[in-house]
Design a binder for this molecule. Structure first.
Ligand code: PEP
Ligand code: MN
Length: 336
């Protein structure tokens, strides 16, 4: 962190500032030039709030030279994090595919979809039991019963399950869930993130609708700083001015996050586009960009789905896409 001192700041004010900064366990280095004075901070500055530095009398401007996240930072953890769950791996070079319906609807529909995605080569089963819907009148999910059905589907297929938590008070219901998803709308629910940080369960953290990558990484940091290092980041499209797609998929997030963090990166082409016809091309783009996993919505009969039918693939479409995804995966892995 570099601090530019105000021209008119007195020596006493500067000394007070340096003393205050030393309280954060960093070394301070005052450089006095002809026209300006600068303080360089050496050490771990993650716990120093830039705004509270700016609020000090003697400070003209502050610049961070290091990222404010530490646990998620590749600088301090050069090797990729690989998350092993239910006999499957996410991260470290292979491509995991998470597939299933937007919402858990009925036992019959979930079982049929679970068997179909398993046969097509999916590694994990997804399905929402608690649904964050824009309208309070839309289907809100089956709740506890939905989780029970997912567990039953896991028994049937052997696929580990991924499902979203919306409220901390439901945490006990997730005890037997393999990966807990935090949805885009909850990316900055810091109470929820901290509580998940105290669990020993992988968390699939989705990027908020208008969140920057740094904000996503800071949310991961909330989980990790409480002790849980099993965080999987998910780019699921961000809101832009383009109305043709539900969101705009930020594919550059994959290589950029790869540079900044060691955490695995998932692309969700379904929520990113809102259109089933774009799911396959965006999945292939994600594989090419180096994603560690894909999360794809598949429904046994999309036109009668209780949520997100327009972006859901039929089992046949999913099977056809999986062939291309797996072929591209091995090409990318062997040739690039
Ligand atoms: C979901 O995956 O079911 C979901 C609601 O996604 P998002 O939080 O990305 O909108
Ligand atoms: Mn959905």
């Amino acid at each position: 962190m570099i601090i530019i001192v105000k021209d008119k700041a007195t020596e006493k004010q500067v000394n007070e500032l340096m003393e205050w900064l030393s309280g954060f366990n960093v070394r301070t280095n005052l450089v006095t030039g002809v026209h300006s004075r600068i303080i360089g901070l050496i050490g771990d500055t993650t716990s120093i709030d830039v705004d509270s530095v700016k609020a000090r009398e003697a400070v003209e401007a502050v610049k961070r030279v290091q990222e404010p996240y530490k646990n998620a930072n590749r600088r301090f953890h050069p090797d990729d994090t690989v998350i092993e769950v239910g006999g499957k791996r996410i991260g470290g070079g292979s491509l995991a595919v998470i597939a299933g319906p937007c919402s858990v609807e009925t036992e019959d529909r979930l079982m049929q979809t679970a068997i179909a995605v398993k046969e097509a080569g999916a590694d994990f089963l997804r399905g929402g039991a608690f649904k964050p819907r824009t309208s309070p009148y839309a289907f809100q999910g089956l709740g506890r019963e939905g989780i029970e059905l997912l567990i039953q589907a896991r028994k049937e297929t052997g696929l580990p399950i991924v499902t979203e938590i919306m409220d901390l008070s439901d945490l006990d219901l997730f005890a037997d869930v393999d990966i807990v998803q935090v949805g885009a709308r909850n990316m900055q629910n810091f109470t929820l993130l901290k509580a998940l940080g105290r669990c020993d369960k992988p968390v699939l953290l989705k990027r908020g609708l208008s969140a920057t990558l740094q904000e996503l990484l800071m949310s991961a940091e909330y989980i990790m700083s409480e002790g849980n290092s099993k965080v999987i980041l998910c780019e699921r499209g961000i809101r832009t001015y383009e109305p043709e797609t539900r969101n705009t998929l930020d594919i550059s997030a994959v290589p950029l996050l790869r540079q900044k963090t060691h955490l695995p990166i998932v692309i969700d082409p379904s929520h990113a586009t809102g259109l089933s016809s774009l799911v396959e091309p965006m999945s292939l783009a994600a594989v090419t960009a180096g994603a560690d996993a894909l999360e794809i919505e598949v429904h046994i009969d999309p036109k009668s789905a209780w949520s997100d039918g327009a972006q859901s693939l039929t089992p046949e479409q999913f099977r056809a896409s999986m062939k291309k995804i797996r072929a591209l995966e091995s090409f990318v892995r062997n040739e690039l």
